[in-house]
Design a protein around this ligand. Structure first.
Ligand SMILES: Nc1ncnc2c1ncn2[C@@H]1O[C@H](COP(=O)(O)OP(=O)(O)OP(=O)(O)O)[C@@H](O)[C@H]1O
Ligand SMILES: O=P(O)(O)OC[C@H]1O[C@H](OP(=O)(O)OP(=O)(O)O)[C@H](O)[C@@H]1O
Ligand SMILES: [Mg+2]
Length: 283
């Protein structure tokens, strides 16, 4: 049987979460030290640790079958790959930013300006689509210092919390694209049993991450109000308690509106609420 290869970032923003998601899939491997390839002990898979810029091309050319990389790098490198799954981490936006003191308001005012970036392909495509001619200064990092040094009028880079912009006297001007880490595969590759198994495991880890397991006690007279608030995977599990008028309710709730749900449950009569993380949810 052919051993699959998956390329992940060697070090940087996506490394830790990429390793974590693979470990949560039950794969046992050594995180890279000096060797840049790690063999998984309990699955026919090898992990290649690469610079993120190289991952789309490795996958496009079939040197790696799978990869975990930011969508921004896939678009920037123009690689032809298949998207298998969004992974919910490495979320950021690519924005054009200008000096706090700059008072331009419309994108056409970028005409003739110098813009520093590490993403010249995405930027030039955006400018072209908006009929703007600007000078693109290609820089490999620390792009945000450009305007302060007089190197450029604006920058185009990754923004997440916005604190790098703020610390460099810049403000966002226009957002060009959103990005997150994605699982990709070589186009046209056979999605054999091993690939499908890996994707299934990743999806069950993601599903589990997005939900919490909740156990609470409620008086039977309030049970319907609680059940209405808790859809669960199918429907909530109700367990009798020693005190006859009370039951325990087991269910899962989505992480995204967690506190809202908890407050609503309390208001509906829930007591002794216990919340636990879920490791996997198998579809
Ligand atoms: N501040 C951020 N918040 C969230 N995601 C980010 C942030 N910065 C970068 N990313 C995402 O993580 C990816 C990797 O970022 P990183 O800064 O580690 O890249 P790099 O320095 O080019 O790494 P490499 O050494 O692998 O080339 C980016 O392409 C983007 O998708
Ligand atoms: O909006 P923020 O939360 O401040 O994040 C944005 C910054 O994060 C990234 O750099 P990183 O810190 O990864 O360093 P790098 O320049 O070495 O890539 C990116 O290039 C921005 O500079
Ligand atoms: Mg890089």
């Amino acid at each position: 049987m052919k051993t699959l290869k998956i390329a992940i970032q060697k070090s940087g923003r996506l490394n830790e979460k990429s390793v974590e998601i693979l470990k949560n899939c039950g794969l046992s491997f050594e995180n890279y030290k000096s060797s840049l390839i790690s063999k998984v002990g309990n699955f026919p898979l090898e992990i290649l640790f690469l610079r993120d810029d190289d991952i789309p091309e490795y996958v496009q050319d079939g040197i790696a079958d799978l990869g975990i990389v930011g969508e921004n790098i896939i678009i920037e490198t123009n690689a032809k790959v298949s998207y298998l799954q969004k992974l919910g981490f490495g979320k950021c936006s690519l924005k054009i930013a200008i000096k706090n003191t700059c008072d331009i308001n419309e994108i056409k005012e970028l005409e003739g300006k110098a813009i520093a970036t590490s993403y010249p392909v995405i930027l030039s495509r955006y400018l072209k689509a908006n009929n703007i001619t600007a000078q693109i200064r290609n820089i490999s990092g620390s792009v945000e210092i450009g305007p302060g040094l007089g190197l450029s009028d604006a920058i185009f880079d990754i923004v997440s919390t916005g604190s790098t912009l703020k610390n460099n006297g810049l403000k966002p001007f226009v957002s060009v694209m959103d990005s997150e880490a994605v699982l990709i595969s070589t186009q046209g590759m056979e999605l054999n049993a091993e690939v499908l198994e890996l994707v299934k495991r990743i999806q069950s880890v993601l599903r589990a991450k997005a939900t919490k397991y909740v156990v609470l006690n409620v008086e039977k007279k309030n049970l319907q109000r609680i059940v209405d608030l808790l859809p669960g995977v199918k429907s909530p599990t109700i367990v009798p308690l020693f005190e006859e008028e009370w039951v325990a309710v087991h269910s899962v709730i989505p992480e995204e509106d967690f506190w809202q749900k908890i407050n609503a449950l309390k208001a509906a009569g829930a007591q002794g609420i216990v919340v636990m993380p879920i490791e996997k949810i198998i579809a």
